[in-house]
Design a binder for this molecule. Sequence first.
Ligand SMILES: Cc1cc2nc3c(=O)[nH]c(=O)nc-3n(C[C@H](O)[C@H](O)[C@H](O)COP(=O)(O)OP(=O)(O)OC[C@H]3O[C@@H](n4cnc5c(N)ncnc54)[C@H](O)[C@@H]3O)c2cc1C
Length: 322
Amino acid sequence: MTLVYVEHQDGRPDDASLQAIALVREITGGAPLHALLAGPGAEDAAAGLGAHGVATAHIAEHEALASHAPVALARCIGELIERLSPAAVAAAGSERGNEVLAHAAALGDLPLAANCVAAEAGDPLTVTRIRWGGSLLEDARLHGPVKLLTVAPHTVEAAEVGAGPATLERFTPSLADADLVVRVVETVEQSSEGGVNLADARFVVSCGRGAGSPEGFAPAEELAALLGGAVGCSRAVTIAGWRSHTDQVGQTGTKIAPEVYLACGISGATQHMAGCKGAKRIIAVNVDPEAPIIANADYAVIGDLHEVIPAITAELRKAGAG
Ligand SMILES: Cc1cc2nc3c(=O)[nH]c(=O)nc-3n(C[C@H](O)[C@H](O)[C@H](O)COP(=O)(O)OP(=O)(O)OC[C@H]3O[C@@H](n4cnc5c(N)ncnc54)[C@H](O)[C@@H]3O)c2cc1C
């Protein structure tokens, strides 16, 4: 059997976890798929997992798991490994998924391949994974009694397979104080413009150093609001303190996969492209026709973003948007 750690919010499994399940289904060879969930809403989130091929959902019950506690979650995985002897354990290649599985690998002395995009059943398990901020795809073989892997978000489509509901099994993990040293103690809601989350937005309007100042983002804010999208930025911008890190797109920021990514005044460094290459369409606006982003874009406008963004907004309004 194979075990997947499922992240969830508001009683629904995260898309990235469903994508991890989809990849893992391909390597189970018909063996049962189990899931681990913890925290508030776990039971509701588990309810829909059967449709994705999960036979049994294990709900870890412990007051310490009311908020994210990566070492404690890794202990839960360790307990299930002992009890169920899975051939593989997977999670989403999200910040939390990678963190939990890294702890599980360290605690169990097991091999982990992070950010996989494909896997081929077998022993050793063959995986293809993203390295170097997306500039390299590496084929790797995982040896060991239990193989751990995380699945890079937006690289595999989640799919329902029409199976019946998953069986729920509750358990109380044995946790020591040391397992709770790292945990979330407070969550502060981040206000996203227009209420649209950068990671989930269908349209993202990003600006880089070319915006020139914090005020230079006003046209991008207006256009994003008109499109019901979100505003992003490059690292040059967050380093300058013009925008919060939560707006940063890239290797060390948020990875996005919108329908349209409008990148304005952004040169297109590898580390930035690592965060936006999941976009269905990239439109670049840049004064420099030689900027690397132009070669990575589906469409490009060579011009000043302070003129081009308001012109796009004006045309959309003329066409009846907003
Ligand atoms: C370990 C590491 C991790 C990193 N992680 C990230 C990351 O997650 N995300 C990220 O973005 N970067 C990341 N970086 C930084 C990255 O290498 C670049 O330095 C950064 O992306 C550059 O930001 P930029 O494109 O806004 O600025 P620049 O490279 O300075 O480019 C500015 C662009 O704006 C254009 N421009 C200027 N004025 C205008 C105007 N008026 N109108 C239109 N165009 C204009 C210029 O022609 C230029 O192409 C990382 C770097 C390292 C080493």
